[in-house]
Structure formats: structure tokens, C-alpha cells
Design a protein around this ligand. Structure first.
Ligand code: DCS
Length: 481
């Protein structure tokens, strides 16, 4: 047969190398089982609305009016929409040049970027410049844009936490860079030890890699930890000394389930540190409308803010963003609404506050139910989900299970997750998809199933795990901690 221009053999090798476990083997098998009629609980993706979370009313009202501006001319509009939603819709439409059907500037609407800058300023207590904020189609696109600017070839290394969210590993592969892992310490609640970083960098450098950037995910995915201020300072100092751009993935900043370590942004810590750090460390921070109590994943709205990047670099990033013309305009409006929600005294404030508080409080309870549920299972240990949307229990597998996985040609945690899926319909992601220490096994589940379904899900997990452990346990010990 004639070789086609685009055969598997001639496909870009970086595309073939790239792995993205969140929609990998487990997800594909779950989709198959669903087609066969099995009830599947999709806990593989942090996609709150897919698991029943209702959209917040106010932003949907505003965007509905922006999408259908003729409703604004209808004499009955005031019977269906509150006056503040009508006013906000008019405000956002006035920021566009032709409504939601028109491209915006490739960096996003200037008026929305200004609202983002005001939000950052209120949050951190330091000025933020709208010219250094770009709106994106979800945080993912922003991360890709920035990594694309950093990575020049396989000699460039990016420090990435392990475990990590595979957007990073996949994008680095796709762009032909080198991932330099640094390990988070599970026994220290997934804390980040700077000595560990030093070792990773030294090792990469000894192999001729130029380490150029460092990624932090705060709060962590899949690990759920919130970084302390002291830890962030150490990281920023390290980036300063080693001349690394810090990529601060802060998409879960609203998802905090404890009071000891509230979210604190890398930008604030950096500014608090003063000169030479505050004007020396290069930082790009990312945010999204997909997470928090918004969970508007399908809208694809995000932004990044650049700190200490030279104007010529910002210009080049703008040029490259222009190739895609414009981020989604309706998503930009969601972002504008997220950073400037109804205020006390506004007509829609009470409802907005009730809805958002309800979601966050329920997530906080669900984080607790899941952690406690996992910790009550044989051979399962799980750090508390301090933030984000996931639980990442370690499963201590008996050698019998590791042997059986080998015979089945599967990685042991993939084997366990497949068995779990077949037995219970719970669709998770094996820890190997995020990276983990050699010989240690995990799974990731979201904490997003409906609260009332949680006890049943945890019971069904426990029953499966008990059966699995007794089937494979040959009483000769377990995989290590
Ligand atoms: N950064 C982190 C740490 C994420 O977890 C995600 C999404 C993103 C960025 C990208 O989000 P958006 O592009 O939607 O803004 N998390 C995925 C996950 O682990 N499950 O669901 C999606």
C-alpha cells in the first residue's frame, strides 16, 4: 500500500510521545462500558457541571443577554432578568466591537483585562497592569502559549512537580522540551522541599539540560495541598537565584477546604519580598473560569498575568496569540463576571452569595467524606484534600496483585483502576498518569460526585477494595509507602 503523507509512521514524533492520562485508557474503557449500558460515575475529570453542579444564575443571565441582545429591546425583559444583570449585559456589550459574534483583540477585551487587573490588585494589594494580562481559552491554552515561548528544543528543561497535572508533561513532549521532575513529599502532606529541587536541577544540568522554568500548581492537582507562604518564598528565591521563570498555576485558588493555609498568590508573596526579588523574578500566573465554585469548564475562559517579562517578550507573545485571532468572547465575559461578581447591595447579591457558598461548603464536606472514606479502607492511605478538586489516595498493593498486573500486561495501578471500574462503575485515573515514585501506587478521583451519592460511592469502593485485597493478598507485605 502506498505511504500516505500523513501515516502513523510519518506523524510528528512529539505527537506520538505525548500522553494525557485524564482521558486515557481508563476513560476509554469507561466510555465503552457506558455504551453497553453500565452506570458510570465519571470521577476522572474535574468537570463539575457534568456531575450535576448547577451553573450560578447571575453570570448565565448576563451572558444569555449578551448572546441574545435583541432581548434587551423586549419590553418584558425586566420580568425575566434582574436589573443588575441587564445593566451588566449592556456594560459587556459596550466593551465589544460588535457583540459576541465579533473577534476581540487577541489579548482579550481591554475592558475585561482591566477588570482582571482590578481583581488582582484587590486580592494581592499590589498594582496590576492590564497590558500584562492576556485572556485565553481556558488556562490550558495560556500554559501552552507560555511553554511554547520558553522551550527552544530538547536542551531546555522545565521543572514540573511529580505528581503533576499532565497538561504539563503532555505539552512539554509536544513542544519537544525536556521535563525535569521534582518530587513532592507525600509523607509531608505533599510539601515541596527545595533541597529536592536542587538535586533535580543538578542532575538535569549534569546531562546538559538548561533548566529554564519551574511549574507550581497551587492548590495542587492531583495532590490537593496548599503551599504555605514560607514555601512560596523559598521557591521564589530559588527561581531568582537560578534564573527560572516561575509558572504559577493557580486555577484552584477558590477551592480551599481548610482554614490554616488560605490561598496566597505567588504574585503577592513576590511583591511582599521586595527588591531585588519583586523586580527580578519572572512570573506568569494562570487562572480560569473552569474551577472554583464556577466550574464553567465548557465555556473555556482563562487568563495569565505576566510579571517582570520585558516588553519585547510581551510583544512577541501578543504576536503569537494573534495567530489564533481572539479568545472566545463569551468566555471573556464569564471571566469578567468571575473577577467582578455582584457586590453587597446589588439586587443579585444574595442569590449569588447563597449559590456560591452552597457549592463551596458542600465541596468542603465532600473533601472530608472522601479522605475519611479512603483512610478507612485496608491498605489505603490518603492525605486530606486541603484544596483543588481531587483525592489522591495511595494504594498499597500486595505482590500478588503486582504479579497479576504483570501477567495482564498492565501497570499495577492501571490494573487496580480497571478492576475498580468493572466492579463499581467508578472511573478514576491511575496515579502513573500523574507520575509517582517508583514502586508506589495511587489513584486520583475528583471530589465532585453529588454529596448525597458520596456515602454510597465510598461504600462501594470499600467493598471492592476489601475483595481485591483478599483476592491478591498473600501475606508477604505490600508495595512501599
Ligand atoms: N491547570 C490545572 C492544574 C488543572 O487541573 C486544569 C484542568 C487546568 C490547568 C486547565 O483548565 P482549563 O483549561 O479548563 O482552564 N484540570 C483537568 C483535570 O485534572 N481534570 O479536569 C480537567
Amino acid at each position: 500500500m502506498a505511504i500516505k503523507a500523513l501515516d502513523y509512521d510519518t506523524l510528528n514524533e512529539n505527537v506520538k510521545k505525548c500522553q494525557y492520562a485524564v482521558r486515557g485508557e481508563l476513560y476509554l474503557r469507561a466510555s465503552e462500558l457506558q455504551k453497553e449500558g453500565k452506570k458510570i460515575i465519571f470521577t476522572n475529570v474535574g468537570n463539575p457541571h457534568a456531575l450535576g453542579q448547577k451553573p450560578l444564575t447571575f453570570p448565565r443571565q448576563v451572558v444569555a443577554l449578551c448572546q441574545a441582545p435583541f432581548l434587551l429591546d423586549d419590553p418584558n425583559v425586566g420580568m425575566l432578568f434582574p436589573a443588575d444583570a441587564i445593566a451588566r449585559a449592556k456594560h459587556y456589550l459596550s466593551l465589544t466591537s460588535g457583540g459576541l459574534g465579533a473577534y476581540s483583540d487577541s489579548r482579550g477585551l481591554p475592558g475585561v483585562r482591566k477588570e482582571v487587573a482590578e481583581f488582582i490588585q484587590r486580592r494581592d494589594g499590589y498594582p496590576s497592569d492590564p497590558e500584562l494580562i492576556f485572556l485565553t481559552d481556558g488556562a490550558s491554552k495560556g500554559v501552552m502559549q507560555i511553554l511554547n515561548c520558553v522551550i527552544r528544543g530538547d536542551g531546555d528543561g522545565i521543572l514540573v512537580p511529580v505528581p503533576q497535572y499532565p497538561l504539563y508533561s503532555a505539552t512539554i513532549s509536544l513542544l519537544g522540551g525536556t521535563l525535569v521532575p521534582y518530587y513532592l513529599d507525600e509523607s509531608e502532606n505533599w510539601g515541596l522541599d527545595v533541597n529536592n529541587l536542587r538535586q533535580s536541577v543538578a542532575q538535569a544540568r549534569s546531562q546538559g539540560i538548561t533548566v529554564r522554568a519551574m511549574v507550581i500548581i497551587n492548590p495542587g492537582n492531583p495532590t490537593g495541598q496548599c503551599l504555605s507562604e514560607a514555601n512560596l518564598r523559598e521557591i521564589l528565591k530559588y527561581c531568582y537565584n537560578e534564573k527560572l521563570v516561575l509558572l504559577g498555576d493557580e486555577v484552584y485558588q477558590q477551592n480551599i477546604y481548610q482554614d490554616e493555609r488560605p490561598f496566597i498568590s505567588s504574585k503577592k508573596v513576590l511583591m511582599d519580598m521586595g527588591s531585588p526579588f519583586s523586580n527580578g523574578v519572572q512570573l506568569v500566573s494562570f487562572h480560569t473560569v473552569s474551577k472554583g465554585y464556577w466550574g464553567e469548564c465548557g465555556q473555556r475562559g482563562g487568563y495569565f498575568e505576566m510579571t517582570n517579562l520585558p516588553p519585547r517578550v510581551v510583544e512577541e507573545i501578543y504576536k503569537v496569540a494573534s495567530i489564533a485571532l481572539s479568545p472566545n468572547v463569551s468566555a471573556q465575559i464569564f471571566m469578567g463576571l468571575m473577577v467582578s461578581p455582584p457586590k453587597p447591595g446589588d439586587i443579585s447579591y444574595d442569590q449569588f452569595a447563597r449559590e456560591s457558598k452552597g457549592i463551596l461548603e458542600s465541596l468542603r464536606r465532600r473533601a472530608r467524606i472522601m479522605t475519611d472514606g479512603f483512610n478507612s479502607c485496608k491498605n489505603v492511605v490518603c492525605n486530606f484534600t486541603e484544596g483543588a478538586m481531587y483525592s489522591f489516595p495511595q494504594i498499597r498493593l500486595p505482590p500478588g496483585a503486582i504479579q497479576a498486573a504483570k501477567q495482564a500486561g498492565k501497570v499495577p495501578d492501571v490494573f487496580y483502576c480497571l478492576k475498580l471500574l468493572e466492579a463499581t462503575g467508578i472511573s478514576t485515573v491511575p496515579g502513573s498518569g500523574f507520575g509517582q515514585k517508583e514502586g508506589v501506587f495511587h489513584l486520583r478521583t475528583t471530589i465532585l460526585p453529588a454529596e448525597e451519592e458520596m456515602p454510597e460511592i465510598m461504600d462501594s469502593f470499600k467493598k471492592f477494595n476489601d475483595e481485591f485485597m483478599s483476592q491478591y493478598d498473600n501475606n508477604v507485605g505490600y508495595s512501599r509507602m
